[in-house]
Design a protein around this ligand. Structure first.
Ligand code: AMP
Ligand code: ZN
Length: 470
């Protein structure tokens, strides 16, 4: 698999540290509010990358943190008159609710910064012992001048970086680019005891400490939005490598997703174009939101507009109609004696499958892969149209193909999670009988009841077809 590595700015063959295994850390949300539709992009795309690596046979350990202590958390908790821990608990639960609705699989480990204070302290102690950090009136700062590699991820020289750096009021650092590993206690803020007095961790150190705890000092993949490349990821790399002092890189492949724009503008509360994932899910089908996120290459910017979401909904609808027609035909049109060229069909599917894999292995090009999925749908639809009867193998092959793609992309959706199929089918059966007996009052009642439950019926010569509305 080729992956564009931001460390080298090149497409590189992905070679894991341990054959067959992938250690993967993705920066997670700061849980001071609902996450927004821009945050949803890394959560969705890197979940799909994780699924793809698993599909390719790797045993993936996927870690995504919750940042549950920082300035925004403290400020918000004050506003709400609750503790920072209460705020975190609330928005971790809300994160899980929205992420589940978006079909984002839960990580193997979801560590919280405040539950890793001992690991954070010991990481800072190692950095100090190795001569790359200093204590200043209860704060601890990373000494970037002691770290010649500083700037190697964001590819900027120190002079340019210095020009953009500032010393905030109250900071006691030697160089504007030095960054806090530990911040001395301030009144009204949560704090923990440490060798440098009571205080709390800086933002970047949690990812270094937790990544090393769960995945080791040298990991395969680390991901996040492109805004995190500097300073967050630059600082993480400096901290982790300064702590381990092993000469090995913290991360072998750095991946960053492009930004999501709304109507071609940067999303911001002040522009009034801010959209939470929760609000988006209420407005658009979650499958359409996933479809939208995967319809562009993950490194390109992506533009969220009502039109693009309508197109995504229509795309999902086409995929689901194909699956619905296929499932219905499998029940009504099966004919094992048909003279259908199963081997020819199988090799057409295999050819498309190869193209799908090639796209996914070409720097994780989900946009191209989705195009191939539509070629598969076209093949299934035309085959059903051109053949009166089809053998069971056609249906098994086609259903397995769609399920396989959906296990990776999650844009078709299975209805298996909902256990009311049998009940719906028995109501449809009752409606068919009522219609035969000319009891139209009852048959209409059943149609209406099903409609209310989001079930749409279509009467065909082969019987009544049904599907769930998006
Ligand atoms: P945060 O909670 O702000 O740390 O963000 C969580 C993740 O969302 C990080 O990987 C960010 O880089 C990413 N992110 C934030 N805003 C956007 C956006 N507009 N488009 C894409 N990714 C974003
Ligand atoms: Zn991070």
């Amino acid at each position: 698999m080729l992956l564009f590595n931001d460390l080298t700015r090149k497409r590189e063959e992905f070679v894991p540290i341990t054959p067959g295994k992938v250690s993967f850390y993705s920066c997670g949300p700061t849980v001071y509010d609902y996450f927004h539709i821009g945050n949803a992009r890394p959560f969705i795309v890197f979940d799909v990358l994780r699924r793809w690596l698993e599909h390719e046979g790797y045993k993936v350990t996927f870690v995504q943190n919750f940042t549950d202590i920082d300035d925004k958390m403290i400020h918000r908790a004050h506003q709400e008159h609750i503790t920072v821990a209460e705020l975190a608990d609330k928005f971790i639960a809300e994160y899980n609710r929205d992420a589940d609705a978006l079909g984002i699989r839960r990580p193997d480990v979801s560590p919280r910064a405040t539950e890793h204070i001992p690991e954070i302290i010991s990481t800072i102690e190692k950095i100090i012992a190795n001569g790359h950090a200093y204590v200043s009136e209860g704060d601890v700062y990373f000494d970037i001048r002691s770290w010649p590699k500083y700037g190697s991820l964001c590819k900027q020289n120190l002079e340019d970086l210095e020009a953009g750096a500032r010393v905030e009021p109250g900071e006691k650092k030697r160089d504007p680019l030095d960054f806090a590993l530990w911040k001395a206690e301030k009144p009204g803020e949560p704090s923990w005891p440490s060798p440098w007095g009571k205080g709390r961790p800086g933002w970047h150190i949690e990812c270094s400490a937790m990544s090393s705890k769960y995945l080791g000092d040298n990991i395969d993949i680390h991901s996040g939005g492109v805004d995190l490349m500097f300073p967050h990821h630059e600082n993480e790399a400096a901290q982790s490598e300064a702590a381990s002092n092993s000469g090995k890189p913290f991360v072998n492949y750095w991946l960053h997703n492009g930004f999501l724009l709304i109507d071609s503008e940067k999303m911001s509360k002040s522009l009034g174009n801010f959209l939470t994932a929760r609000a988006a899910i209420e407005k658009y089908p979650p499958l359409a939101l996933r479809f939208f996120m995967l319809s562009a290459h993950y490194r390109s910017p992506i533009n969220f507009t009502p039109e693009s979401l309508e197109q995504s909904s229509a795309g999902v609808e086409r995929l689901r109609n194909c699956k619905g027609d296929l499932d219905f035909a499998a029940k009504t049109r099966r004919n094992d004696s048909a003279s259908f060229d199963v081997d020819g069909y199988k090799s057409q599917l295999q050819e498309l499958d190869k193209k799908f894999s090639d796209a996914m292995n070409d720097d994780f090009n989900t946009a191209a892969a989705m195009g191939i999925l539509f070629d598969v749908v076209y093949l299934i639809n035309t085959t059903m149209k051109d053949n009166e009867t089809l053998p069971g193998e056609f249906f098994t092959l086609s259903q397995n193909a769609l399920k396989g793609y959906d296990d990776i992309l999650g844009v078709i959706g299975s209805d298996e999670a909902e256990n009311d199929d049998a009940e719906i089918e028995s109501l449809i059966q009752e409606r068919t009988e009522a219609r035969k007996a000319k009891n139209f009052k009852r048959s209409d009642e059943i149609r209406d009841e099903l409609k209310e439950r989001g079930i749409v019926l279509e009467d065909t010569p082969q019987g009544t077809k049904w599907k769930r509305e998006l």
